[in-house]
Write a protein that binds this ligand. Structure first.
Ligand SMILES: *[C@@H]1O[C@H](CO)[C@@H](O)[C@H](O)[C@H]1NC(C)=O
Length: 298
């Protein structure tokens, strides 16, 4: 007796079909870390919904401060309370999911005072979260896959930070990533200096809390022109992602229904530069089920 699917030709067809489907599809990226009710990191990765998870945030750094992560109610970094998150990070990576350290966020507890300050912060991040060594690694010996720039205040010296991180990356055999989450207005963007270095892999543009470039099915012109400007003006080694709120409650403005996303937004952005959809954040996604509704279509 022979199982039908074990026929070599069937297998070959199945494998090539699945490879084909994969190469064609976009990825889902999600932010995790700002609400304990979103559940453990391991569980988020186990859903199989996401290809990249950004841990949010390293929210204090630079200008003489002692850098510190803030993971809301998940754990307290004081007296090594977040070390066990290292297990979750490794569980995710074992599934092929990239886990990034997102720096910045909505607080005003970070700034870079000079290029030297930026380079010191880069050294700190490398030693404490990536391939370097330190006695005080907040996530223990887990090695994150790179750094995500979610910079919402202060714009100076982020290029210097990117250059120094890139120097560290270059000395390692493991591939580390630089990603960024700029707001959708292209003009006067806080991350402009960093992004014009050309050192970044993926760029997830936040199409929310900025009405002039958010997507609306009735008039997508603002969205379209912002997307075109980002994707033609910035040289990224990787892909561009559409950053969206995972529910109405996740951002003041900018929510796009799954129906509108699939039928109206995605046809606009599909191109070799398109990488998928980034969601803020896992907590709101868990409430709305948004990622589950869109994942087969991104
Ligand atoms: C750095 O900190 C000092 C006070 O300690 C403050 O006056 C200055 O504005 C800060 N610089 C930046 C770039 O945030």
């Amino acid at each position: 007796m022979r199982n039908k699917l074990s026929h070599p030709l069937c297998l070959f067809l199945l494998i090539s079909l699945s490879l084909f489907a994969k190469s064609d599809a976009g990825s889902l990226v999600v932010y995790w870390g700002q609400n304990a009710a979103e559940g453990h990191l391991t569980k988020t990765c186990k859903t199989g919904l996401f290809h990249i998870v950004n841990i949010a945030f390293l929210s204090t750094f630079g200008n003489g401060t002692q850098p510190q992560i803030n993971l809301a109610g998940h754990c307290s970094p004081v007296s090594n309370g977040c070390k066990r998150l290292g297990i979750g990070i490794k569980n995710c990576q074992r599934r092929g999911i990239k886990v990034m350290l997102s720096i910045g966020g909505g607080t005003k507890t970070y700034s870079l005072s000079s290029p030297d300050d930026a380079r010191q912060v880069a050294d700190y991040i490398w030693d404490n979260f990536l391939g370097g060594k330190s006695k005080s690694r907040p996530f223990g010996d887990a090695i994150l896959d790179g750094v995500d720039f979610d910079i919402e205040s202060g714009e100076l010296h982020y290029a210097a930070l990117a250059y120094k991180l890139h120097d560290h990356y270059a000395g390692s055999s493991k591939k580390f990533y630089l990603t960024a989450a700029p707001q959708c207005p292209f003009q006067n963007n806080l991350l402009h200096g960093a992004l014009t270095t050309g050192l970044f892999d993926h760029v997830w543009i936040k199409f929310y809390t900025n009405p002039q470039c958010e997507f609306t099915p009735k008039d997508p012109t603002g969205f379209k022109s912002a997307w075109n400007q980002w994707t033609t003006s910035i040289n990224a080694a990787g892909k561009f992602f559409v950053g969206l709120p995972a529910s109405h409650a996740a951002a003041r403005t900018g929510f796009v229904s799954s129906h509108a996303l699939i039928n109206h937004l995605l046809p606009i952005v599909r191109s070799p530069k398109y990488g998928g959809v980034m969601l803020w954040d896992r907590f709101h996604d868990l409430q709305s089920g948004y990622s589950g509704k869109i994942r087969r279509s991104v």
